[in-house]
Design a protein around this ligand. Structure first.
Ligand code: ZN
Ligand code: ZN
Length: 417
């Protein structure tokens, strides 16, 4: 039996157990760096499969490794964390969880429960098929993707020194495209994300005596408007960027001029050159507006999160795409446009200095999706990741996710057939 037909028959037999697991993970989501229950389940399952398991890597991360003779080291990554969202899907296995530390409602609104289940299913398949391949599989169950810090934490905890440097990083993300399809892109795929917290320092005082103060609210207003000119006036038409000021806080009362104003700025870009140019423009404008306002000192600019562009190495992606096409059917492997969301998986590939292959796999009901597409209402009818209504189908999404990841892993391991 060839690898493809073997993968397909194998996936069907492990499916029922994985659907159970997925529903359990979905009902018990945990926030970033608090994935204790999830990590425990992952470690137990991977150990029971025969993998060598290390817990507590980069906080709550888990690494499951199988050294199976000489050959390439292949890194497979799934993220495990959930979001502070109150679930409204009405599913029988919907989450009612609250975070024990913050009391916030918690939901797997990005599908990381699906990624975790699919990677465990892949490990099961690879273990069963170990006579067919040689090399080393390093399965990385990563914490804290949603806050952009989990991948970095695992790298800083010696991921590559302790478990081996891979030849390739493989990862997938569920998206509400029709189940059974996968979608990817060569080159820059997901945007880089820089989150900045900017404190504008004014000089507070009585609301009746503005001439004795430096009003940070007027400074913030001018700054917010001027920041809008970066994309329209400083980024070339062929390039893409987003600058969003998502928060602006200042003042408590109408007759007091505040001391400071705090802006939350999110910058999305697709290349290092555009990224540097936009972030530098933000810095320049913020400082110049402060000076124009007569501020006593320049603003404080803190980089709170920095995620690189998620980019698929074109040569590596051809190999991975070939494996996905063989396993799922060439017509089910779609090319899509660059996507403005961000991911921290690129940090793993960047830190190891190796290529990444990253793809989306579908979780939406194909009939519902087709109807919404016909009505032009996909955005309204098909809830996107991070929505309280986000609800990928458990089946056959898991089959598809396990098939895709197993096929990709096989392509990068040495074949013993
Ligand atoms: Zn997310
Ligand atoms: Zn996600």
């Amino acid at each position: 039996m060839g690898a493809v037909s073997w993968i397909n028959s194998r996936v069907a037999s492990i499916n029922a157990d994985l659907v159970e697991l997925y529903r359990d993970l979905h009902a018990h989501p945990e926030l970033s760096f608090a994935e204790h229950r999830t990590a425990g389940i992952v470690a137990r399952r991977a150990r029971a499969l025969g993998f060598e398991v290390t817990e507590g890597v980069g906080g709550t991360g888990v690494v499951a490794r199988l050294v199976n003779g000489a050959g390439p080291v292949v890194l497979l990554r799934a993220d495990m964390d959930a979001l502070p969202v109150r679930e409204q899907t009405g599913l029988s296995y919907a989450s009612t969880a609250v975070d024990p530390a913050s009391g916030e409602p918690v939901m797997h609104a990005c599908g990381h429960d699906m990624h975790t289940a699919c990677l465990l299913g892949t490990l099961d398949a690879l273990m069963e098929a170990r006579a067919r391949w040689s090399g080393t599989v390093v399965a990385v169950f990563q914490p804290a993707e949603e806050v952009g810090r989990g991948a970095r934490a695992m790298v800083e905890d010696g991921l590559f020194e302790r478990f081996g440097k891979p030849e390739i990083v493989l990862a997938q993300h569920v998206l509400p495209i029709p189940v059974g399809t996968v979608a990817t892109r060569s080159g820059a795929f997901l945007a880089a994300n820089d989150s900045l917290r900017i404190t504008l320092h004014g000089r507070g005082g009585h609301g009746s005596r503005p001439e004795t103060t430096v009003d940070p609210i007027v400074m913030a207003a001018a700054t917010v408007l001027r920041l809008q000119t970066i994309v329209s006036r400083e980024v070339a038409a062929a390039d893409q960027a987003v600058v969003t000021i998502g928060s602006l806080h200042a003042g408590v009362k109408e007759n007091i001029i505040a001391d400071e104003a705090v802006l939350g700025v999110s910058v999305r870009t697709y290349s290092a050159e555009v990224r540097d140019r936009v972030v530098e423009a933000v810095r320049r404008i913020v400082c110049a507006e402060a000076e124009a306002s007569g501020a006593d000192r320049p603003p404080t600019i803190e980089l709170q999160m920095r995620l690189p562009v998620t980019a698929n190495d074109p040569v590596a992606l051809e190999k991975t795409r070939g494996a996905l096409s063989a396993a799922l059917g060439v017509e089910r492997v779609l090319d899509i446009a660059a996507f403005p969301a961000s991911e921290d998986v690129g940090i793993l590939a960047e830190a190891a200095g190796v290529p990444l292959s990253f793809w989306f796999f579908g979780g939406a009901d194909p009939a519902k999706f087709a109807a919404a597409e016909q009505n032009g209402t996909v955005e309204q009818d098909i809830p996107m990741n991070h929505s309280p209504f986000f609800a990928p189908l458990a089946e056959p999404t898991i089959d598809c996710g396990v098939t895709a990841l197993t096929a990709a892993a096989f392509a990068w391991l040495d074949s013993n057939r």
